[in-house]
Design a protein around this ligand. Structure first.
Ligand SMILES: Cc1ncc(COP(=O)(O)O)c(C=O)c1O
Length: 341
């Protein structure tokens, strides 16, 4: 199949309209059969629930080409489950898991020419999302919803190597205790924009958000979970009810325990402990793991032993193993890689 004529290695992380997307509508208490369409626009009533009360959820995953030329996705079943959890929390009708997986397969297949080749570093980003499409003026759940999936090619996350990031401890909270921090709802990201713009304006790459109740425990950044390595090589990752259950972080925990034989602790992590850790990374679909070199807490620098030049050795091993599984170079647990084409 002929690929699109794109300079894959120099693609950024931006939206580019592709050929086909999937749409299914929920009306009269049921999802319709769904269609693929070439129309990238949406027409909505001015009073649609998404526009008035922000009833929207989404997911993010990738399709890519493996070493042996297959087009695959990584653990899309977990995206389906997390999206169903998000739907229940926002009083929306979950989209059935098998149909979610089928919709992704169909959109990726129809846009196969947009899936970057193996070795380019680029991937096809997949964005499933769902929103309230019928009018609501009193505050309540809408009666009608639309589920859609589009794809867009994105460039390599680390152009010219993974340089460690500098984070700042944020004065803003990302999520409330017993709020919506554990689901993937657009409203969480709207809330984080001001904190993100402020951090960038102050010269930081990302925010480190603390637990909003006591402001003593590490939660996550605006778009990734934390993973630390202590001086004994033990992996430590924060446990909290108000962080997003990252699929990358959960996969890395399995890789660390079952493949690399490392000790892993999933527990609340105090900000005060960070100075004792040797390595720090951010886990998410976008980069798998981004190394962190330094956290700045109101003028106090907390530096990790791995430094500001390269990934620490344990994080590098985790990164190489998980990306090896994803790209078909390393055998991983049964069912992690779903072959589409
Ligand atoms: C707030 C937040 N935390 C963590 C993650 C990482 O999750 P995943 O590994 O499933 O991409 C994301 C990205 O989806 C996110 O938005």
């Amino acid at each position: 199949m002929e690929k699109k004529n794109i300079d894959w290695a120099n693609l950024g992380f931006g939206y580019r309209v592709t050929d086909v997307r999937y749409v299914s509508n929920y009306r009269n208490d049921a999802w319709d059969e769904g269609v693929l369409t070439g129309d990238a626009t949406i027409q909505l009533n001015e009073c649609a629930g998404i526009l008035q009360y922000c009833q929207e959820i989404f997911e993010g995953l990738k399709a890519y080409t493996t070493e042996d030329g297959r087009i695959v996705t990584f653990r899309p079943d977990l995206n389906a489950e997390r999206m169903a959890d998000s739907a229940r929390r926002l009083e929306m009708p979950p989209f059935p898991k098998e149909r979610f997986l089928d919709a992704i397969d169909k959109v990726v297949t129809a846009n196969a020419a947009w899936v970057p080749p193996y070795g380019s570093g680029a991937t096809l980003y997949i964005r499933p999302y769902m929103f309230a499409s019928s009018p609501v003026i009193g505050v309540k759940p809408a009666e009608e919803y639309q589920f859609r999936v589009f794809v867009t090619p994105v460039g390599p996350y680390f152009k010219g190597g993974a340089k460690p990031l500098t984070l700042c401890v944020s004065d803003f909270d990302r999520a409330a205790p017993h709020g919506t921090g554990h689901i993937k709802a657009g409203l969480n990201y709207a809330m984080s924009l001001h904190a993100g713009v402020t951090a960038h304006a102050n010269g930081f790459d990302e925010n480190l958000f603390l637990d909003p109740a006591t402001r003593t425990y590490v939660e996550e950044t605006g778009g990734a979970n934390f993973l630390f390595v202590d001086k004994n090589g033990t992996i430590i990752t924060p446990k909290s009810e108000s962080i997003l259950p990252s699929i990358t972080r959960r996969s890395l925990v399995t890789v660390a325990r079952d493949i690399l034989g490392l000790e892993v602790q999933e527990r609340p992590v105090k900000l005060e402990e960070l100075k004792d850790f040797a390595e720090c990374g951010l886990c998410g679909t976008a980069a798998v793991i981004s190394p962190v070199g330094k956290v700045v807490d109101h003028g106090r620098d907390i530096c990790f032993a791995s430094g500001m030049e390269e990934m620490g050795p344990v994080i590098k091993k985790l990164y190489d193993t998980l990306t090896g599984i994803q790209m078909g170079r390393v055998d991983g647990p049964e069912g992690w890689v779903r072959t589409i084409l």
